[in-house]
Design a protein around this ligand. Structure first.
Ligand SMILES: *Cc1c(COP(=O)(O)O)cnc(C)c1O
Length: 363
Protein backbone atom coordinates (compact mmCIF):
# COMPACT_ATOMS: atom_id res chain seq x y z
CA UNK A 1 0.00 0.00 0.00
CA UNK A 2 1.31 3.41 -0.94
CA UNK A 3 -0.30 6.57 0.43
CA UNK A 4 -0.01 9.66 -1.74
CA UNK A 5 0.34 13.30 -0.75
CA UNK A 6 -3.21 14.51 -1.22
CA UNK A 7 -3.37 18.28 -1.70
CA UNK A 8 -7.16 18.28 -2.08
CA UNK A 9 -9.02 21.33 -0.78
CA UNK A 10 -11.65 19.07 0.79
CA UNK A 11 -12.47 16.41 1.62
CA UNK A 12 -8.80 16.18 2.42
CA UNK A 13 -6.14 14.20 4.23
CA UNK A 14 -6.73 12.85 7.71
CA UNK A 15 -3.84 12.07 10.08
CA UNK A 16 -2.57 8.50 9.60
CA UNK A 17 -2.71 7.71 13.35
CA UNK A 18 -6.40 8.66 13.30
CA UNK A 19 -7.12 6.39 10.34
CA UNK A 20 -5.18 3.56 11.99
CA UNK A 21 -7.05 3.95 15.24
CA UNK A 22 -10.39 4.01 13.42
CA UNK A 23 -9.35 0.89 11.49
CA UNK A 24 -8.40 -0.93 14.68
CA UNK A 25 -11.79 -0.09 16.19
CA UNK A 26 -13.78 -0.67 13.02
CA UNK A 27 -15.29 -4.02 13.96
CA UNK A 28 -15.46 -3.62 17.69
CA UNK A 29 -15.34 -0.37 19.64
CA UNK A 30 -14.09 -1.03 23.16
CA UNK A 31 -16.15 -3.81 24.72
CA UNK A 32 -19.25 -2.90 22.74
CA UNK A 33 -19.01 -5.74 20.21
CA UNK A 34 -19.93 -3.38 17.38
CA UNK A 35 -18.59 -0.62 15.18
CA UNK A 36 -19.27 3.01 16.09
CA UNK A 37 -21.20 3.11 12.80
CA UNK A 38 -23.66 0.57 14.15
CA UNK A 39 -24.23 2.15 17.53
CA UNK A 40 -27.34 3.82 18.84
CA UNK A 41 -26.61 7.49 19.35
CA UNK A 42 -28.41 7.14 22.69
CA UNK A 43 -26.13 4.35 23.95
CA UNK A 44 -23.73 5.05 26.84
CA UNK A 45 -20.72 4.29 24.59
CA UNK A 46 -21.83 6.86 22.05
CA UNK A 47 -22.81 9.44 24.63
CA UNK A 48 -19.26 9.22 25.97
CA UNK A 49 -17.85 9.74 22.46
CA UNK A 50 -19.84 12.89 21.72
CA UNK A 51 -19.22 14.28 25.21
CA UNK A 52 -15.47 13.68 24.82
CA UNK A 53 -15.51 15.30 21.39
CA UNK A 54 -17.09 18.43 22.82
CA UNK A 55 -14.78 18.50 25.85
CA UNK A 56 -11.67 18.10 23.68
CA UNK A 57 -12.74 20.78 21.19
CA UNK A 58 -13.45 23.20 24.04
CA UNK A 59 -10.03 22.48 25.48
CA UNK A 60 -8.16 22.80 22.17
CA UNK A 61 -9.82 26.07 21.16
CA UNK A 62 -10.14 27.43 24.67
CA UNK A 63 -13.90 27.95 24.20
CA UNK A 64 -15.45 29.86 27.11
CA UNK A 65 -18.39 28.35 29.02
CA UNK A 66 -20.83 30.92 27.67
CA UNK A 67 -20.46 29.48 24.17
CA UNK A 68 -22.44 26.49 22.92
CA UNK A 69 -20.74 23.86 20.77
CA UNK A 70 -23.06 22.16 18.27
CA UNK A 71 -22.37 19.15 16.06
CA UNK A 72 -24.68 19.56 13.06
CA UNK A 73 -25.26 18.29 9.54
CA UNK A 74 -25.76 20.00 6.18
CA UNK A 75 -22.24 21.32 5.58
CA UNK A 76 -21.02 24.87 6.00
CA UNK A 77 -23.41 25.89 3.20
CA UNK A 78 -26.43 25.13 5.38
CA UNK A 79 -25.07 27.68 7.84
CA UNK A 80 -25.38 30.33 5.12
CA UNK A 81 -29.15 30.05 5.80
CA UNK A 82 -29.03 29.09 9.49
CA UNK A 83 -26.98 32.15 10.49
CA UNK A 84 -29.57 34.74 9.35
CA UNK A 85 -32.49 32.61 10.57
CA UNK A 86 -30.99 32.47 14.05
CA UNK A 87 -29.13 35.75 14.39
CA UNK A 88 -30.78 38.31 12.09
CA UNK A 89 -33.64 38.76 14.49
CA UNK A 90 -33.35 42.04 16.33
CA UNK A 91 -33.13 44.72 13.63
CA UNK A 92 -33.22 42.27 10.74
CA UNK A 93 -30.02 43.81 9.44
CA UNK A 94 -26.65 42.23 8.77
CA UNK A 95 -23.36 43.36 7.22
CA UNK A 96 -21.36 41.02 4.97
CA UNK A 97 -17.83 41.17 3.62
CA UNK A 98 -17.22 39.24 0.39
CA UNK A 99 -13.69 37.90 -0.07
CA UNK A 100 -14.40 34.84 -2.21
CA UNK A 101 -17.03 32.45 -3.45
CA UNK A 102 -18.16 31.07 -0.12
CA UNK A 103 -18.65 34.48 1.50
CA UNK A 104 -20.50 35.56 -1.63
CA UNK A 105 -22.83 32.60 -1.36
CA UNK A 106 -23.39 33.37 2.31
CA UNK A 107 -24.17 37.00 1.42
CA UNK A 108 -26.60 36.04 -1.34
CA UNK A 109 -28.41 33.59 0.91
CA UNK A 110 -28.71 36.08 3.78
CA UNK A 111 -30.30 38.65 1.46
CA UNK A 112 -33.43 36.52 1.43
CA UNK A 113 -33.98 37.21 5.11
CA UNK A 114 -33.56 40.92 5.70
CA UNK A 115 -31.64 44.13 5.11
CA UNK A 116 -28.22 42.82 4.14
CA UNK A 117 -25.46 45.23 3.22
CA UNK A 118 -22.28 44.45 1.34
CA UNK A 119 -19.64 46.27 3.40
CA UNK A 120 -16.68 45.52 1.15
CA UNK A 121 -15.64 43.07 -1.53
CA UNK A 122 -12.28 41.99 -2.92
CA UNK A 123 -13.80 40.87 -6.20
CA UNK A 124 -12.28 43.90 -7.98
CA UNK A 125 -8.89 42.14 -7.78
CA UNK A 126 -10.10 38.56 -8.15
CA UNK A 127 -10.19 38.09 -4.36
CA UNK A 128 -6.42 38.26 -4.00
CA UNK A 129 -6.57 40.51 -0.93
CA UNK A 130 -8.50 41.18 2.27
CA UNK A 131 -10.11 44.62 2.69
CA UNK A 132 -8.88 46.72 5.61
CA UNK A 133 -11.91 47.62 7.67
CA UNK A 134 -12.52 49.61 10.81
CA UNK A 135 -15.46 49.88 13.17
CA UNK A 136 -16.83 52.83 11.18
CA UNK A 137 -17.36 50.56 8.16
CA UNK A 138 -20.05 48.56 9.95
CA UNK A 139 -23.58 49.58 10.87
CA UNK A 140 -23.84 49.79 14.65
CA UNK A 141 -27.40 48.46 14.52
CA UNK A 142 -26.58 45.40 12.40
CA UNK A 143 -27.49 42.13 14.11
CA UNK A 144 -24.12 40.73 13.09
CA UNK A 145 -21.19 41.05 10.68
CA UNK A 146 -20.26 38.01 8.57
CA UNK A 147 -16.81 37.16 7.19
CA UNK A 148 -15.08 34.10 5.78
CA UNK A 149 -11.78 33.85 7.64
CA UNK A 150 -9.84 31.71 5.18
CA UNK A 151 -10.73 31.78 1.51
CA UNK A 152 -10.17 28.22 0.37
CA UNK A 153 -10.41 28.88 -3.36
CA UNK A 154 -8.20 32.01 -3.53
CA UNK A 155 -5.67 31.15 -0.84
CA UNK A 156 -6.20 34.24 1.29
CA UNK A 157 -6.75 34.64 5.01
CA UNK A 158 -7.75 37.53 7.25
CA UNK A 159 -4.57 38.55 9.03
CA UNK A 160 -6.58 40.53 11.56
CA UNK A 161 -9.91 40.20 13.30
CA UNK A 162 -12.02 43.20 12.31
CA UNK A 163 -13.25 45.41 15.13
CA UNK A 164 -17.02 45.42 14.83
CA UNK A 165 -17.66 47.20 18.13
CA UNK A 166 -20.64 45.68 19.90
CA UNK A 167 -21.92 43.96 16.77
CA UNK A 168 -21.25 40.21 16.97
CA UNK A 169 -18.79 38.90 14.40
CA UNK A 170 -19.75 35.66 12.65
CA UNK A 171 -17.00 33.80 10.81
CA UNK A 172 -16.80 30.83 8.48
CA UNK A 173 -13.65 28.96 9.55
CA UNK A 174 -14.25 25.85 7.44
CA UNK A 175 -10.78 25.74 5.92
CA UNK A 176 -8.68 26.99 8.84
CA UNK A 177 -10.31 25.78 12.05
CA UNK A 178 -7.74 24.11 14.35
CA UNK A 179 -4.84 25.27 12.17
CA UNK A 180 -3.69 27.82 14.76
CA UNK A 181 -5.08 29.32 17.97
CA UNK A 182 -7.94 31.83 17.56
CA UNK A 183 -9.42 34.04 20.25
CA UNK A 184 -12.98 32.71 20.34
CA UNK A 185 -14.10 35.63 22.52
CA UNK A 186 -13.61 37.99 19.55
CA UNK A 187 -16.43 36.18 17.72
CA UNK A 188 -20.14 35.89 18.35
CA UNK A 189 -20.16 32.73 16.32
CA UNK A 190 -17.78 30.48 14.43
CA UNK A 191 -18.80 27.69 12.09
CA UNK A 192 -16.91 25.14 10.03
CA UNK A 193 -17.60 22.19 7.80
CA UNK A 194 -15.48 19.29 9.07
CA UNK A 195 -14.07 17.95 5.82
CA UNK A 196 -11.10 20.31 5.54
CA UNK A 197 -9.38 19.98 8.88
CA UNK A 198 -11.46 17.86 11.25
CA UNK A 199 -13.27 14.80 10.00
CA UNK A 200 -15.00 13.30 6.96
CA UNK A 201 -17.73 15.31 5.22
CA UNK A 202 -21.10 15.29 6.95
CA UNK A 203 -20.35 17.20 10.14
CA UNK A 204 -20.53 20.95 10.70
CA UNK A 205 -19.35 22.47 13.96
CA UNK A 206 -21.04 25.60 15.29
CA UNK A 207 -19.62 27.57 18.22
CA UNK A 208 -22.07 30.26 19.26
CA UNK A 209 -22.33 32.68 22.16
CA UNK A 210 -25.25 31.73 24.35
CA UNK A 211 -26.89 35.15 24.48
CA UNK A 212 -27.20 35.26 20.67
CA UNK A 213 -29.51 32.26 20.40
CA UNK A 214 -33.14 31.79 21.33
CA UNK A 215 -34.63 34.25 18.80
CA UNK A 216 -35.08 31.79 15.97
CA UNK A 217 -37.16 33.03 13.04
CA UNK A 218 -40.75 31.78 13.22
CA UNK A 219 -42.02 29.29 10.63
CA UNK A 220 -38.50 28.16 9.76
CA UNK A 221 -37.09 24.64 9.47
CA UNK A 222 -36.87 23.05 12.88
CA UNK A 223 -33.49 21.47 12.11
CA UNK A 224 -31.72 24.83 11.80
CA UNK A 225 -32.72 26.14 15.23
CA UNK A 226 -29.51 26.53 17.28
CA UNK A 227 -31.38 26.83 20.57
CA UNK A 228 -33.22 23.59 20.00
CA UNK A 229 -29.99 21.84 19.05
CA UNK A 230 -28.17 23.33 22.05
CA UNK A 231 -30.93 22.28 24.46
CA UNK A 232 -30.68 18.75 23.09
CA UNK A 233 -26.86 18.52 23.13
CA UNK A 234 -26.87 18.20 19.31
CA UNK A 235 -29.08 15.11 19.65
CA UNK A 236 -32.52 16.42 18.75
CA UNK A 237 -32.29 13.85 15.98
CA UNK A 238 -29.55 11.41 14.96
CA UNK A 239 -26.27 13.34 14.75
CA UNK A 240 -23.56 12.47 12.18
CA UNK A 241 -22.30 9.83 14.63
CA UNK A 242 -19.30 8.41 12.83
CA UNK A 243 -17.99 11.83 11.73
CA UNK A 244 -18.13 13.04 15.33
CA UNK A 245 -16.18 9.96 16.40
CA UNK A 246 -13.45 10.68 13.81
CA UNK A 247 -13.44 14.34 14.88
CA UNK A 248 -12.85 13.15 18.44
CA UNK A 249 -9.86 11.09 17.28
CA UNK A 250 -8.52 14.13 15.38
CA UNK A 251 -8.90 16.26 18.54
CA UNK A 252 -6.98 13.62 20.52
CA UNK A 253 -4.29 13.62 17.85
CA UNK A 254 -3.99 17.42 18.11
CA UNK A 255 -3.77 17.18 21.89
CA UNK A 256 -0.99 14.62 21.56
CA UNK A 257 0.98 17.05 19.36
CA UNK A 258 0.73 19.72 22.05
CA UNK A 259 -2.44 21.51 20.95
CA UNK A 260 -2.97 24.34 18.49
CA UNK A 261 0.17 26.30 19.39
CA UNK A 262 2.30 23.36 18.31
CA UNK A 263 0.08 22.64 15.29
CA UNK A 264 0.46 26.29 14.21
CA UNK A 265 4.27 26.02 14.33
CA UNK A 266 4.14 23.07 11.97
CA UNK A 267 1.63 24.80 9.68
CA UNK A 268 3.69 28.01 9.45
CA UNK A 269 6.75 25.93 8.72
CA UNK A 270 4.97 24.09 5.88
CA UNK A 271 3.50 27.25 4.38
CA UNK A 272 6.87 28.99 4.78
CA UNK A 273 8.69 26.32 2.78
CA UNK A 274 6.27 26.76 -0.11
CA UNK A 275 6.04 30.57 -0.03
CA UNK A 276 9.82 30.98 0.38
CA UNK A 277 10.31 28.92 -2.72
CA UNK A 278 7.62 30.85 -4.63
CA UNK A 279 9.16 34.20 -3.62
CA UNK A 280 12.68 33.17 -4.60
CA UNK A 281 12.10 32.34 -8.28
CA UNK A 282 10.08 33.68 -11.19
CA UNK A 283 8.77 30.56 -12.91
CA UNK A 284 5.70 30.28 -10.67
CA UNK A 285 3.70 33.23 -9.38
CA UNK A 286 1.57 33.43 -6.24
CA UNK A 287 -1.44 35.70 -6.90
CA UNK A 288 -2.53 36.24 -3.28
CA UNK A 289 -1.19 39.42 -1.68
CA UNK A 290 1.63 38.65 0.73
CA UNK A 291 -0.04 39.98 3.85
CA UNK A 292 -3.22 38.06 3.06
CA UNK A 293 -1.65 34.68 2.41
CA UNK A 294 -3.39 31.58 3.69
CA UNK A 295 -1.32 28.98 5.52
CA UNK A 296 -3.80 26.28 4.51
CA UNK A 297 -4.40 26.85 0.78
CA UNK A 298 -1.45 28.00 -1.31
CA UNK A 299 -2.36 29.16 -4.82
CA UNK A 300 0.13 29.59 -7.67
CA UNK A 301 0.26 29.75 -11.47
CA UNK A 302 2.87 29.54 -14.20
CA UNK A 303 1.12 32.21 -16.25
CA UNK A 304 0.49 29.72 -19.06
CA UNK A 305 -2.74 27.67 -18.75
CA UNK A 306 -1.27 24.84 -20.82
CA UNK A 307 1.75 24.59 -18.54
CA UNK A 308 -0.53 24.69 -15.50
CA UNK A 309 -2.44 21.76 -16.90
CA UNK A 310 0.76 19.87 -17.60
CA UNK A 311 2.01 20.60 -14.09
CA UNK A 312 -1.15 19.32 -12.41
CA UNK A 313 -1.12 16.18 -14.54
CA UNK A 314 2.53 15.33 -13.98
CA UNK A 315 2.32 16.19 -10.29
CA UNK A 316 -0.58 13.75 -9.98
CA UNK A 317 1.43 11.03 -11.69
CA UNK A 318 4.31 11.69 -9.30
CA UNK A 319 2.06 11.21 -6.25
CA UNK A 320 1.08 14.86 -5.55
CA UNK A 321 -2.67 14.52 -5.99
CA UNK A 322 -5.42 17.10 -6.49
CA UNK A 323 -3.16 20.09 -6.98
CA UNK A 324 -5.24 21.63 -9.75
CA UNK A 325 -6.77 24.99 -8.77
CA UNK A 326 -10.50 25.44 -8.29
CA UNK A 327 -12.39 25.20 -11.58
CA UNK A 328 -13.35 28.88 -11.33
CA UNK A 329 -9.79 30.25 -11.02
CA UNK A 330 -7.50 27.72 -12.71
CA UNK A 331 -3.80 27.43 -11.90
CA UNK A 332 -2.71 25.34 -8.96
CA UNK A 333 -3.64 25.12 -5.33
CA UNK A 334 -1.80 23.11 -2.71
CA UNK A 335 -4.05 22.61 0.29
CA UNK A 336 -1.75 21.85 3.18
CA UNK A 337 -4.11 21.23 6.06
CA UNK A 338 -3.05 19.91 9.46
CA UNK A 339 -2.68 16.32 8.27
CA UNK A 340 -0.24 17.13 5.45
CA UNK A 341 3.23 16.15 6.65
CA UNK A 342 6.13 18.63 6.34
CA UNK A 343 7.83 16.13 4.06
CA UNK A 344 4.92 16.39 1.61
CA UNK A 345 5.65 20.09 1.14
CA UNK A 346 9.42 19.57 0.88
CA UNK A 347 8.87 16.92 -1.79
CA UNK A 348 6.39 19.15 -3.64
CA UNK A 349 8.91 22.01 -3.81
CA UNK A 350 11.53 19.59 -5.18
CA UNK A 351 9.02 18.50 -7.81
CA UNK A 352 8.25 22.14 -8.70
CA UNK A 353 11.95 22.93 -9.17
CA UNK A 354 12.38 19.91 -11.36
CA UNK A 355 9.31 20.80 -13.44
CA UNK A 356 10.52 24.38 -13.94
CA UNK A 357 13.93 23.15 -15.12
CA UNK A 358 12.42 20.66 -17.56
CA UNK A 359 9.74 22.95 -19.01
CA UNK A 360 11.26 26.27 -19.97
CA UNK A 361 8.76 28.95 -20.96
CA UNK A 362 8.85 30.37 -24.48
CA UNK A 363 9.95 33.94 -24.02
C1 LIG B 1 -15.63 24.07 1.77
C2 LIG B 1 -16.12 25.37 2.28
C3 LIG B 1 -17.49 25.67 2.38
C4 LIG B 1 -18.56 24.73 1.88
O1 LIG B 1 -18.66 23.66 2.72
P1 LIG B 1 -19.79 22.54 2.50
O2 LIG B 1 -19.59 21.70 3.71
O3 LIG B 1 -19.47 21.86 1.22
O4 LIG B 1 -21.10 23.22 2.48
C5 LIG B 1 -17.86 26.87 2.92
N1 LIG B 1 -16.94 27.75 3.35
C6 LIG B 1 -15.62 27.51 3.27
C7 LIG B 1 -14.65 28.53 3.75
C8 LIG B 1 -15.17 26.31 2.73
O5 LIG B 1 -13.85 26.08 2.64
Amino acid sequence: MKRVYNFSAGPSMLPVPVLERAASEMLCYGESGMSVMEMSHRSPDYEAIIADAQRLLRQLMNIPDNYKVLFLQGGASTQFSAVPLNLMNKNRKADYVVTGQFSKKAYQEAKKYGDVRLVASSEDKNNTYIPKLTKEDFRPDADYVHICFNNTIYGTKWNYIPDTGDVPLVADLSSCILSEPVDVTKFGMIYAGAQKNMAPAGLTVVIVREDLIGNYRENSPVMLDYKLMADNDSMYNTPPCYCIYIAKLVYEWLESLGGLTEMAKINYKKAGILYDYLDGQDYFMAPAEKEARSIMNVTFVTGDPDLDKKFAKEAGEAGFKNIKGHRSVGGMRASIYNAMPVQGVIDLVAFMKDFAAKNPKNV
